[in-house]
Design a protein around this ligand. Structure first.
Ligand code: G
Ligand code: G
Ligand code: MN
Ligand code: NA
Length: 249
């Protein structure tokens, strides 16, 4: 397929970039960190969404090298930010097939000179279905190093609540599909349940996809103080973010 061929060239030609979207602690009114979101500048097609090319990369064996590039770049760029800001990197389940993933992460941190406490990783529920000892061992190494682990898109996959206690997560991300329509009683009930669950399990919680002041206010009232979404900021190119941080700095 053409996309696969183009993707192989993209790795060599470094056509990738990271955009960053802030996490906001709405109660304290501060930015606590940024999620790194991969972008591909295709020479003919322009910006291609990761939703389109990551599944291809996963199928054709390119995810490991793209994922390593993301880790390397995110750690290096975050090392230049103020030290209270964390960077959060999405990891594909495919990357966990390599038992050396924790070594790749440690090497990226060391080369960047980034404290491990400033890195967090985001994994989806599908990872936990692999039922593999490697996955648990890698996540436990992350935890032991002080790297935060977020369960991304919570509530959209095969969430077994047992997974939440068996794996060393410290944060749940409420999927944007639940935030989108808060007038819906079922969505609201799910959000309440997830917030309650996070409290009971001593996990922090963040709501994704917050687009309006009304959504922000409802979530805050329900006890979710950390949020992410277009209402606060769209994902921004790394250089634009660096300039913003410098001018605030
Ligand atoms: O940023 P955007 O909404 O277009 O991202 C679409 C999807 O791609 C989301 O599910 C997001 O988690 C995923 N994604 C973005 N960047 C990365 C990345 O660096 N690695 C992986 N594995 N997924 C990513
Ligand atoms: O799967 P993950 O949660 O990592 O994907 C995050 C995706 O959601 C990214 O592609 C990002 O660009 C997108 N996103 C972030 N904030 C918003 C928002 O407020 N509204 C919508 N529709 N998408 C968002
Ligand atoms: Mn994510
Ligand atoms: Na998500």
């Amino acid at each position: 397929r053409q996309l696969e061929l183009d993707l192989r060239l993209a790795v060599e030609n470094e056509e990738f970039a990271l955009f960053y979207q802030p996490f906001v602690d709405v109660e304290r009114q501060v930015v606590t960190g940024f999620e790194a979101l991969l972008r591909w500048h295709h020479p003919q097609r322009g910006l291609v969404s990761p939703a389109e090319f990551i599944p291809v990369a996963e199928d054709c064996g390119l995810m490991a090298s793209i994922g390593a590039w993301v880790l390397e770049t995110a750690c290096r760029q975050a090392a230049a930010w103020p030290s209270e800001l964390a960077v959060s990197v999405n990891l594909s389940p495919v990357q966990f097939r390599d038992p050396g993933l924790a070594d790749i992460v440690e090497a990226a941190l060391a080369r960047a000179g980034l404290a491990s406490e400033r890195l967090r990783v985001e994994v989806t529920e599908s990872l936990l279905l692999q039922h593999s000892a490697t996955v648990l061992a890698t996540l436990e190494r992350f935890r032991d190093q002080g790297i935060g682990i977020s369960m991304d898109d919570f509530g959209t996959g095969y969430s077994s609540l047992g997974y939440l206690s068996r794996f060393p997560f410290d944060k749940i991300k409420i999927d944007q599909s639940f935030v989108r329509n808060l007038d819906d009683r079922e969505n609201m009930a799910i959000i309440r349940a997830v917030i309650g669950l996070s409290r009971a399990m001593d996990l922090s919680v963040i709501a994704e996809g917050v687009e309006t002041a009304a959504q922000r206010d409802i979530l805050l009232r329900e006890g979710c103080r950390e949020m992410q979404g277009y209402f606060f900021s769209r994902p921004k190119p790394a250089d634009e973010l660096a300039r913003m941080l410098l001018s605030i700095g």
